[in-house]
Design a protein around this ligand. Structure first.
Ligand code: GLA
Length: 404
């Protein structure tokens, strides 16, 4: 065969191969969601845990004010999200969603302008069914394009998309429709998938949303809080910049747990690279609540740009060691006592992923103290009931460091 004939034949074959790549292959590789958001887990506030359906525009405005005046905003808490119950029961004559006239008389554009003027972002809640969970607002199923357009026209920056009252079809069918609609709206809108873990959204959520709930709702008590973290941990390998596992919003400051337990809550969320969405009334926070929510060293773990979610690396009865890598070869280590007695908990280097000869400097993130001795091979601390110790280990001698 002449060379020119051979090359023509070869290029026809290559063309055929590339054009017959199945839709499935393409779908697999294509990310529906190219919004560039969520490089680190989102931070902000949401109305649901603290207010339920008792919301109005004054609360949202005052919350935006309080986020700024308390210093929370400058630490990264930027999304102010209106959860369920914000709408009229009926759509308007054009089929658009309508804000509840009594609770939001100024409308969403005005509210978005106000929130934006504070340097913050506005989030809203919708549902991949016929009605939201409260049944006070219509769902978006079948109206995704129009609703996404409406949200974009209001200046919305974050959409929490719930799963109540749907038609029984799979979330893997219903959620991507909203993803496409948000992309078509032309406005970058953080897409928070909230379908309570049905069909393991961690395994498909990355191409569809920026975060996905891994369980049903948190409540303001110890058992419910730690069990959300447990279910979330199971999917640790799926979290990464652009798409995060979501164990649900924070209950810190709502009164159902004591200070130590809320410190555990904040620590578990941070080491899990979870969205840090405050759920209390930030207009009336106690000193303890503010202290927990504003711990910059803990927030920095959540926002570390390596973006790797920690795992439980050892557990025995009521005690657990959680660990995960951070940037610059550092390691976040959490010693957690879930039981009723003080215990000594040991983190072994073998478990947390450093060689036994590495010596580390330990920084206590709640005491804000660097421990005076260096540690090699293992680290032990006494941990009281329902408390944790949270550290960053930094290799003292970078030359001897080898990550296993
Ligand atoms: C579901 C969600 C909650 C909250 C409520 C509102 O339960 O999981 O986070 O949005 O609906 O009705």
């Amino acid at each position: 065969m002449e060379a020119s004939v051979f090359f023509t034949w070869l290029s026809i074959c290559l063309l055929l191969i590339t054009t017959t790549t199945s839709d499935d292959d393409l779908h697999h590789r294509r990310n529906l969601l190219g919004n560039g958001l969520g490089a680190t887990p989102p931070m902000g506030w949401n109305s649901w845990n603290g207010f339920g359906c008792m919301i109005d525009e004054n609360i949202i405005r005052e919350t935006a004010d309080a986020l700024v005046s308390s210093g929370l905003a400058k630490l990264g808490y930027e999304y102010v999200t209106i959860d369920d119950c914000w709408g009229e029961v009926d759509r308007d004559e054009q089929g658009a969603l309508v804000p509840n006239k009594a609770a939001f008389p100024s409308g969403m554009n005005a509210l978005a302008d106000y929130v934006h003027s504070k340097g913050l972002k506005l989030g809203i809640y919708a549902d991949a069914g016929y009605f939201t969970c409260s049944k006070k607002t219509p769902g978006s199923l079948g109206n995704e394009e129009l609703d996404a357009e409406t949200f974009a026209s209001w200046g919305i920056d974050y959409l929490k998309y719930d799963n109540c009252n749907n038609d029984g079809s799979k979330p893997t069918i219903r959620y991507p429709v909203m993803t496409r609609a948000l992309m078509n709206s032309g406005r970058p809108i953080f897409f928070a998938i909230c379908e309570w873990g049905d069909m393991h959204p961690a395994t498909w959520g990355y191409t569809v949303g920026n975060s996905w709930r891994t369980s049903c709702d948190i409540a303001d008590n110890w058992e419910r809080m730690v069990s959300r973290a447990d279910m979330n941990e199971y999917y640790a390998d799926y979290a990464r910049p652009g798409g995060w596992n979501d164990p649900d919003m924070l209950e810190i400051g709502n009164g159902g747990m004591n200070k130590d337990e809320y410190i555990v809550h904040m620590s578990l969320w941070a080491i899990s690279k979870a969205p840090l969405i405050i759920g209390c009334d930030v207009r009336n926070m106690s000193k303890d609540t503010l202290e927990i929510l504003t711990n910059e060293e803990v927030i920095a773990v959540d926002k570390d740009n390596l973006g790797v979610q920690a795992k439980k690396v050892r557990m025995d009865g009521d005690w657990e060691v959680w660990a995960g890598p951070l940037s610059h070869y550092r390691i976040a280590v959490l010693l957690l006592n879930r039981g009723g007695w003080t215990v000594n908990i040991t983190a072994y280097w073998d478990d947390i992923g450093i060689t036994s000869s590495t010596s580390v400097v330990a920084r206590d993130l709640w005491e804000h103290k660097t421990l005076t001795s260096k540690f090699r091979g293992s680290f032990t601390a006494a941990v009281d009931p329902h408390t944790c110790k949270f550290y960053i280990f930094t290799p003292a001698d970078k030359k001897s460091l080898q990550m296993s």
